[in-house]
Design a binder for this molecule. Sequence first.
Ligand SMILES: Cc1cc2nc3c(=O)[nH]c(=O)nc-3n(C[C@H](O)[C@H](O)[C@H](O)COP(=O)(O)O)c2cc1C
Length: 364
Amino acid sequence: MSNLFRPLRLRGLEIPNRVWMAPMCMYSALPEGPEAGVPTDFHLTHLVSRAFGGAGLVMVEATAVRLDGRISPWDLGLWNDKQERAFARIANALSAHGTVPAIQLAHAGRKASVAKPWVSSGPVQKPDGGWTSVGPSPEAYEGLPAPEELTKNDIEQLVSDFYRSAQRAARAGFQVAEVHGAHGYLLHSFLSPASNKRTDSYGGSFENRLRFPLQVVDAVRDAWPDDLPVFFRASATDWLSENPREERIGWTSEDTVRLARELQSHGVDLLDVSSGGVVRDALIPSEPGYQVGFSAKARTEVGVPTAAVGLITDPHQAAAILHNGQADAVFLGRELLRNPYWPQHAARTLGVEPVWPEPYAYVV
Ligand SMILES: Cc1cc2nc3c(=O)[nH]c(=O)nc-3n(C[C@H](O)[C@H](O)[C@H](O)COP(=O)(O)O)c2cc1C
């Protein structure tokens, strides 16, 4: 059988296959009032469609641990009871179809308070529901206002926000919590010297830049049931060191290997290997599987289970990534938007019997 359709066991959880839905912001929650951050029927349909389609794990989009952690006013959030109840409906629906419900917990940091991307790539102004973003240093992400620098007290508060949000996610029935440490979001902006200019114990040396992300990992691990896994999504590189004409110093794939070792010793069960996002104008390649090498590097050098993501669109390509030992699973993003049934078709292509919902199975 193709490795793609073999189960993966992490702690006490068996994930039925290794084709997973990547987290993707849908900008489809209400922006304000009691419904802010609450998942709607749109999110339920969007996520459960991919469970019907055969994804072994469905990762809910970046979900803010508090109001100012949303990247846009239309993001999902998990900081109150109403949100928790609505998420429980989604987690239960995914589980009912045999798909592992997973959620990405996030704070957008200095990239927060932006418009829906199909409207503009700029900020949402305060009169229109925007807010002041926060970050490690008052260094703006290109095209956005400078964030407010977080104090040590603010950082402590944020660690407990992640903790409480993870508790809510566990109560809602999610089986995997992923800490969003990529794409220039808050934790990545602490890791990278391109955005972290602090001179206190949260900036400067490699160890200091890791301090806050590892505190968040410890908090989430603490809140999460022992028999269930925690993932961490990292940007393997800021794509600065790969460019010979680039003078800025960023996060590198060597840093990711060192981070992976730390994450493993802090109880992270799988590294979800993405890239980029801390500076707007980095030169990012766009060939199929352009990030897979970084996943392979962390997996081989550290021995940590990894998932690869990025322009994986062909069943044979996905199967080869696993066969070659470059990852333990693949996340698909845009291809699953185009075709929610991709995993079922991929199974057939690779000679594996698809696992349809029971009422479909006897007729398709
Ligand atoms: C519409 C859209 C929204 C996204 N939102 C998130 C997100 O919430 N969190 C995240 O870590 N990555 C996000 N991403 C990145 C995807 O998870 C994925 O890593 C990326 O799209 C590359 O995979 P693909 O080539 O299969 O689409 C988003 C991507 C898209 C296209």
